[in-house]
Design a protein around this ligand. Structure first.
Ligand code: 5RP
Length: 223
């Protein structure tokens, strides 16, 4: 199976976690795009979605799925999103699509985080994928230096030769060369640095379930 087919497989499997009659939390990325396509087949059975990005909002609306502001919704039963990497405890690195802050907000208002990913995303220790950090532009250089002092290499994400601007009007710093042995402590520490909006480690908002696409089908991990 191709990676695209594995993404479609887990996107479809995630429908089993959608609660009829309710609003579902929807993440961002190519795997979630498969889930959104699948969700459209049951759009008459749900009230709508809370979305984690402008990109997902556009897709949801184009398929006729109502999108609610997160402030209008007190609690979601389930949030469905991809990951750049996930460890065997359900801790993740996210933000490859630059949507990490809104993703963490929707995850925090959800009772359950269902991660959908292909098996290449499963790792022993977080750090194989560059770690995205959303930062306030005024603080970028100092934050890059702080990561360098930890022995890592940090760069500002660019689009067409310019710093990428997130849905929140901020920048993304991508950090290479980290081994994140204690994701909970690391997330708390970096989130405390002045100018950091959100670090892309999801340990406090970790997955409770991961639907992993493998050549032999969907493997379900529970944490
Ligand atoms: C976006 C994310 C995505 O969930 C993550 O990058 C995985 O994306 P994909 O499903 O395209 O591999 O965190 O900010």
């Amino acid at each position: 199976m191709t990676q695209d087919e594995l993404k479609a497989l887990v996107g479809q499997a995630a429908l089993n976690y959608v609660v009829p009659g309710e609003i579902v939390g929807v993440g961002t990325g190519s795997t979630v795009n498969k889930f959104i396509e699948a969700l459209a087949t049951m759009k008459d059975q749900i009230k709508g979605a809370v979305s984690s990005s402008e990109a997902s909002t556009l897709r949801l609306k184009a398929l006729g799925i109502p999108v609610f502001d997160s402030n209008e919704v007190e609690r979601l039963s389930v949030y469905i999103d991809g990951a750049d990497e996930i460890d065997h405890q359900g801790h993740m690195v996210k933000g490859g699509g630059a949507a990490l802050t809104r993703e963490k907000i929707v995850a925090a208002q959800s009772a359950q985080f269902v991660c959908i990913a292909d098996e290449s995303k499963l790792v022993q220790v977080l750090g194989a994928f560059p770690l995205p950090v959303e930062v306030i532009p005024m603080a970028t250089t100092r934050i890059v230096r702080q990561f360098q002092a930890m022995g890592a290499n940090a760069v500002v994400r660019q689009v067409n030769g310019q710093p990428l601007v997130t849905d929140n009007g901020q920048h993304i710093v991508d950090v290479n060369g980290l081994k994140i042995a204690d994701p909970l402590a690391f997330e708390s520490e970096v989130n405390n640095w002045p100018g950091v909006v959100t670090v892309g480690v999801f340990a406090h908002q970790k997955a409770s379930v991961c639907l992993l696409g493998t050549a032999s089908g969907v493997r379900t991990l529970t944490f």
